[in-house]
Unconditional design. Structure first.
Ligand SMILES: [Zn+2]
Ligand SMILES: [Zn+2]
Length: 288
């Protein structure tokens, strides 16, 4: 999302900011100018530094820290161009509802920012029976656990408070999509019968809650999480699935060599004491 700039001091500003961190001026979004503006209070309301004519006031939802959009002081409306589309909002006396609703409002205001830029007609239900209306309803599951998530690429922006259930709705389809890709690629490769009925997930990502169950369902195989085996004396930290791939790759040259030699009829001991294998074990023991 585009960065704005404080008209008073030049400080870069984010869409949801309500106060300039450098000069302390209050900020509001001015839809007519498609910009965030620094404000100066006077007897008639707020003067906008981005638009010298007229006086402004905040949308009524500013009191909940859910909206920073501005209206003309003379406007008969109580709510801004976005918030007036709300038909139902959850009970804001429940703190979790307030957090969830703020998150939705922020996303909705970003959506309207684009819709207004595209000059789409945005009638409310009062203006048109087919107009746009939002019913924001609380769900019992939403009230359980709230996570703090930092926006990627916007390090300075405050962390978003997101219910775990919302994050689930984002991550679960992605995970299923990846597993379906694995299944389809495996089938297309022609090696699916060789893989058999058992599959092992490795790496730190394999510890994602519910991944094994999802993989069993999508891949229709017996799936388990792999831990590093075959090297004795690993420190506790390196015994988890996150190290399975690394340890497996280190062991592989030994096994691959054995495979090749086995084809010629000879055998190789896998647990030597002085060779490559022992040196790798030594390195892992000393490194963590
Ligand atoms: Zn400023
Ligand atoms: Zn509003």
């Amino acid at each position: 999302m585009k960065l704005f700039e404080c008209q008073h001091c030049g400080q870069p500003l984010y869409f949801r900011n309500t106060r300039c961190e450098r000069c302390g001026r209050q900020l509001g979004y001015l839809p007519a100018k498609q910009t965030l503006t620094a404000l100066e209070p006077d007897a008639r309301g707020f003067r906008a530094l981005a638009e010298r004519r007229g006086r402004y006031r905040y949308c009524a939802n500013a009191q909940y820290d859910a909206c920073n959009w501005l209206l003309h002081v003379e406007s008969p409306e109580q709510f801004c161009a976005v918030c007036r589309h709300n038909r139902t909002i959850p009970d804001l006396t429940i703190p979790e509802n307030l957090i969830n609703w703020r998150t939705i409002e922020y996303a909705k205001h970003r959506l309207f920012y684009t819709l207004l830029k595209l000059r789409l007609p945005l009638a409310t239900r009062q203006e048109d029976p087919d107009g746009l209306a939002f019913d924001v309803l609380a769900h019992p599951a939403d009230e359980r656990e709230i996570l703090s998530v930092r926006p990627i690429g916007d390090e300075d922006e405050p962390a978003n408070q997101i219910p775990r259930s919302a994050l689930n709705r984002i991550i679960r389809p992605r995970v299923e999509e990846i597993l379906e890709l694995v299944r389809d690629r495996l089938n297309a490769s022609g090696f699916a019968p060789l893989v058999g009925r058992r599959m092992v997930l490795t790496g730190g990502g394999s510890q994602l809650t519910g991944l094994v169950e999802a993989a069993r369902r999508v891949l229709a195989r017996n799936v388990r999480v792999g831990r590093p085996l075959g090297i004795a004396g690993l420190p506790e930290l390196a015994k988890g699935p996150a190290f399975a791939t690394g340890v497996g790759l280190l062991i592989y040259p030994q096994v691959a060599r054995m495979d090749q030699i086995e084809a010629g009829g000879a055998h190789y001991a896998m647990t030597g004491t002085g060779g490559y294998f022992a040196r790798v074990g030594q390195w892992i023991r000393e490194s963590f």
